[in-house]
Design a protein around this ligand. Structure first.
Ligand SMILES: Cc1cc2nc3c(=O)[nH]c(=O)nc-3n(C[C@H](O)[C@H](O)[C@H](O)COP(=O)(O)O)c2cc1C
Length: 177
């Protein structure tokens, strides 16, 4: 039994939803898994965990700075134990951009931090226009129009490949990292 920390940075809840699914999957593999929202005042003590998974979504081309601050604040502990990172974005809905080696945000992530997680993954997120404010909806619809995604302002589309999430859980949960 391993104690797994699932630290996440999520604005609209899709990264959190993926972490909640991972939590269930780890528990079904016999592990203990705890969620932590990055950015909360009191950070977790990473020594209390055997493995750490960090998940973060993309907005306007970037993972939030708090994700990199969290990594830096816990770098020593992260380097001492098996760890994994995943990014959530809608570019990853495209077949040629849905792996750690082909997704542009993972490339930027690798350039931005020298932390080298044992497993890196990318999952497609969700578009839910009704949740967004006027400006965000306009910009995202424009981007979707250019990239041939959904543009109906009432659209709510979840692109997440839950089987890929399960494969990631198996990989991390079996200690393959
Ligand atoms: C304002 C806004 C900006 C976004 N910018 C990007 C982007 O630059 N690239 C991308 O691939 N996805 C982008 N997305 C899509 C999000 O990554 C996707 O909705 C994801 O599911 C959000 O995860 P979260 O709910 O955990 O925050 C954007 C979404 C919003 C609402």
């Amino acid at each position: 039994m391993a104690r797994v920390l699932l630290a996440y940075s999520s604005v609209d809840g899709q990264t959190l939803k993926i972490c909640q699914r991972l939590q269930q999957l780890f528990m079904s593999l016999g592990h203990k898994a705890e969620l932590f929202a990055i950015g909360q005042a009191a950070g977790p003590n990473l020594d209390a965990f055997d493995r750490v998974v960090i998940g973060a979504s993309i907005r306007y081309g970037k993972h939030r700075p708090e994700v990199y601050r969290f990594i830096e604040a816990h770098r020593e502990a992260l380097e001492r134990k098996p760890s994994a990172f995943f990014s959530v974005n809608v570019v990853a809905r495209k077949p040629g951009k849905n792996t750690a080696d082909t997704n542009p945000y993972i490339r930027t992530f690798r350039r931005t931090t020298s932390w080298v997680p044992g497993v890196i993954a990318v999952f497609a997120g969700k578009i839910d226009y009704q949740r967004y404010g006027y400006f965000d909806r306009l910009v995202i619809r424009l981007i979707m129009w250019v990239t041939k995604g959904p543009t109906d302002p009432a659209a709510c589309v979840e692109f997440t490949d839950w089987q890929a999430v399960e494969r990631f859980a198996q990989q991390v949960g079996s200690g393959a990292e």
